[in-house]
Design a protein around this ligand. Structure first.
Ligand SMILES: [Zn+2]
Length: 139
């Protein structure tokens, strides 16, 4: 999956702002390329898990559709642990066609971003490639 640089930067900013709590959000794009990031509230305000509010998720997906984008990834941060699916993440993984992207701040100077897909309880790594932002007028 390709993620535009400005999205990676927005994820990192959201993760740092929320730390030591987890941050979460949704990623919109098309053709396997993420071009838009939606920061959502972590309703659980927890250091170990996150919960999105349905109304915020709905508003984000509606905005994606209006822009001709689809929901490509569900994002959250791990303030203190590596970028991998926790047991709780697996338990809450309800979709197989969306990539779960995790940004880890465990090494503050070298933040890590990884993607995962969950198929019948099995975790598959989805390589994340950072690509330069395309076009203009997109923020
Ligand atoms: Zn997690």
């Amino acid at each position: 999956m390709n993620i535009e640089r400005h999205v990676i930067e927005a994820m990192l900013a959201a993760a740092r702002k929320a730390a030591p709590l987890e941050a979460c959000g949704l990623c919109g794009g098309r053709d396997g390329r993420v071009s838009r990031f939606y920061e959502l509230a972590n309703a659980d305000a927890s250091r170990e898990h996150y919960r999105m509010l349905p109304a915020e998720q709905f508003a984000a997906v509606k905005d994606m559709r209006a822009r001709g984008l689809g929901l490509l990834a569900i994002w959250h941060s791990h303030p203190e642990t590596p970028a991998r699916m926790s047991e709780e993440d697996l338990r809450l993984a309800y979709t197989t066609d969306t990539v779960y992207v995790i940004t880890s701040l465990a090494a503050p100077d070298a933040p890590d971003v990884k993607g995962f897909r969950v198929l019948e309880g099995c975790v598959e790594v989805v390589p994340v490639e950072i690509v330069e932002t395309e076009g203009t007028g997109e923020s």
